[in-house]
Design a protein around this ligand. Structure first.
Ligand code: WT7
Length: 704
């Protein structure tokens, strides 16, 4: 059927017309659901559930037509020749591959900037309102200025020998120059690999080596709240580790962020930021270090884009893997561009006068897709925020909403739960009248937090789009559309266009109607990842092996009687701490690197703000006594190996761990101990059950 319609779906089992019709109900309930406001419906791209269903079915049955419509909005140097999507999703039939718009060539930077400046008359429109960590630190950049600065920096990269296909590592705070650096890579066809500035030197080194980056771009430092992060020191440490591993990177471009003098602002007519921070002394190695500001002086602000094929690599972004070694998720040019542009436009119901704000860091996929690519592809004006929701006080977010007149606001459940603790007063100090749509991402949102977000922040006026997706999916895959989908608090509702979800049982059978099991996808959509960088086999094993013919998300999911999807959380060895995925193996291996730790096991324990916290069990080497000093050392060890997000919340000394007779640690039992839940279920497979009593008696009651 797909073949007839021009989608060469190799060896896959497409849903027939009837199954497709059943995928999305005709009617959605009127009771216990929330609707978008009439005002929103009047201007919305997708104004009703019926329209959503009609377009959804078309997007699956006739992808060429659906995505062709999206693609028409972009510039193509050459047009694609074959089917819109060509793929194999079944490992038993051969190598997994996904190709979108083969034969086409384009440049994303050209589409995001040149086209907006020259064709869409958006040259003077603000692309970003930068709001620094310190209130009062602010800067704006227009589309024209952004284009100039990107071209200038692209020329710098070229002069440093960076060529198409080369990997460039970026380790920067939330500043406009981070967007400049990433788009400069894109302009010349280089592949950016952004490492979140909260990761440790060790993590940065690991990522640089894995993707064989030839250059690092960083900054002197930045403030997170009142805490100074000496980023350059960490970058230097990472580069030293790279040398020790036999992978020397000999060029590092440093932006002076904290110590920048106002007159150093080049290529921008915007007022220079007020710098309230002292000059930061950074170590400088003239053999390696290059100054951003010196390099851009004299660099031309014109740069021909490099035309890239649809399936050329666009960027690598690392995400935790269950083996402990992060996976370099690779996204490619055309599919990612179309998918982030379309999801941004429809999920936030983007309108030209919107002021959009996503609070994520660009170092995560949310920031890639919904601060840089999606918004700029639509010519949007966004807030780019460097600071924290609680600094200088817990009203900061709402102050910013009023200051810029934010209309569409996108944040994480963990931030909502954190602010919720302070009650409604800090929210109500500000008007928030401009808000129209609220969004969440990162983890399941508990209905209580949803209600608070909807009632207090949005004053029952703004729909909440609970967007389920992953680094791997590139963009939203299950999500409400704000004017079309009646919302149920805690449900990510229905699939986005082109996405076909299914729920499987343990034997891999598709479940129909209300059911619970593994969330999988039956066919690719343009934004899905293409491979794990340098390890295609790992890509196949991780996502396609368990259930041949399906992409496996690793999440559990329930479908209710109305057809709504509810994510129940990870069903692999992953933890979600404040919306960030960590693998238990990653934290365990950081702990056992300490000379006094013989064995470690890490589990998640529910946490009211972070979603999950890290509860670690450590078995010490013989003769070592557990004390506060060792605990502090272990905490530090994990922070240094991975980063602050992985800092253990609890560490329990465990002279013995619950194991099966074959020696496998029973994490299920450890999770019960972490939660002090005595309802253990069947533990007859335990080799030594006295271990469990001992661990219960010595539980940690307070977080370290
Ligand atoms: C995992 C992906 C996608 C950007 C942020 C995280 C969980 C994400 C939701 C949601 C329930 C969610 C899943 C997913 N997750 N959004 N709306 N409802 N769970 O990206 O680090 O790749 O993590 O985050 O468990 O698999 P990521």
């Amino acid at each position: 059927m797909f073949t007839e319609l021009g989608c060469r779906c190799h060896l896959n089992k497409p849903g027939d017309e009837q199954t497709l019709q059943k995928m999305i109900p005709d009617k959605v309930p009127n009771k216990d659901v929330f609707h978008g406001s009439d005002d929103l419906k009047n201007e919305a791209h997708i104004p009703s559930f019926e329209k959503y269903k009609e377009l959804y079915i078309n997007s699956i049955e006739n992808p060429d037509e659906f995505w062709g419509g999206v693609a028409r909005d972009f510039f193509w140097k050459t047009k694609h020749t074959g089917p819109f999507l060509d793929y194999n999703f079944d490992v038993t039939k051969g190598e997994i591959f996904i190709k979108c718009m083969e034969g086409a060539s384009t440049n994303i930077c050209y589409n995001l900037l040149d086209r907006n400046v020259h064709e869409k008359k958006l040259a003077d429109k603000i692309a970003f309102y930068w709001e620094g960590n310190e209130p009062g630190d602010e800067l704006t950049v227009t589309y024209r200025e952004l284009l100039q600065r990107v071209c200038q920096f692209a020329n710098v990269l070229k002069s440093q020998g960076v060529r198409k296909g080369d990997r460039v590592s970026i380790y920067m705070p939330m500043v406009v120059e981070l967007v400049v650096a990433m788009l400069a890579c894109v302009r010349i066809g280089a592949v950016h690999s952004i490492v979140f500035a909260g990761f440790s030197a060790e993590s940065l080194c690991e990522r640089i080596v894995d993707s064989q980056c030839s250059l690092l771009i960083t900054a002197d430092g930045f403030y997170r709240g009142d805490k100074l992060i000496n980023l350059k020191l960490l970058a230097d440490e990472a580069l030293q580790k790279c040398r020790d591993k036999g992978f020397p990177i000999e060029r590092c471009i440093m932006l002076k962020h904290l110590s920048k003098e106002p007159e150093e602002t080049v290529g921008s007519s915007s007022p220079p930021a007020k710098r309230s921070c002292p000059d930061l002394q950074v170590p400088w190695n003239p053999q390696v270090d290059l100054c951003w500001h010196t390099l851009i002086q004299g660099a031309s602000d014109e740069c021909e884009p490099e035309w890239c094929d649809s399936e050329d690599p666009l960027f690598i972004l690392y995400t935790s893997g269950s083996t402990g070694k992060p996976k370099g998720v690779l996204h490619t040019v055309s599919g990612y561009m179309l998918y982030t542009a379309a999801t941004f436009k429809l999920v936030f119901d983007y309108q030209p006068d919107d002021i959009y704000w996503c609070t994520a860091d660009i170092g995560w996929i949310t920031g890639h897709s919904y601060i840089t690519y999606g918004p700029l592809a639509n010519g949007a004006s966004s807030v780019l925020f460097e600071g924290l929701p609680t600094y200088p006080d817990v009203s900061r977010m709402w102050e910013i909403v009023d200051k810029y007149g934010v209309t569409k606001f996108y944040t994480a459940p963990t931030a909502i739960r954190l602010l919720m603790k302070f009650g409604s007063e800090p929210v109500q100090k500000y008007k928030r009248e401009s808000l129209k749509v609220l969004g969440t991402v990162g983890e399941p949102i508990n209905p209580e937090a949803w209600q608070w977000y909807y009632n207090v922040v949005g004053e029952k006026r703004c729909p909440v789009v609970d967007t389920f997706w992953q680094t791997e999916t590139g963009g939203h895959v299950l999500t409400p559309l704000p004017a079309a989908t009646p919302m149920k608090p805690g449900s990510a509702t229905f699939p986005f266009f082109g996405v076909v979800p299914a729920i499987l049982n343990e034997s891999g059978e598709e479940l129909e109607g209300p059911s619970e099991g593994y969330l999988v996808f039956k066919q690719p959509w343009p934004g899905v990842m293409r491979t794990v960088y340098g390890n295609h086999q790992r890509f196949e094993t991780t996502y396609f092996k368990k259930f041949p013919g399906y992409y496996v998300t690793g999440d559990g999911c329930r479908r209710d009687k109305d057809g709504y999807y509810w994510i129940t959380g990870r069903i692999d060895d992953m933890l979600n701490v404040s919306g960030h995925l960590l693998s238990t193996a990653e934290v365990e291996s950081a702990l056992v690197e300490h000379k006094f730790v013989a064995e470690a096991a890490v589990v998640g324990r529910p946490h009211p703000v972070k979603g999950e916290s890290l509860y670690c069990f450590v078995t010490l080497t013989d003769g070592v006594v557990y004390n506060n000093k060792l605990e502090a050392e272990l905490k530090k060890q994990v922070r240094e190996k991975i980063g602050a997000i992985a800092t253990p919340d609890y560490i329990q000394n465990a002279p013995g761990l619950p194991k099966t007779r074959s020696g496998k640690i029973m994490r299920r039992v450890l999770r019960k101990i972490a939660c002090n839940d005595k309802d253990m279920g069947d533990i007859t497979t335990l080799a030594d059950s006295s271990v469990v009593d001992h661990l219960f008696q010595n539980r940690c009651c307070t977080a370290v």
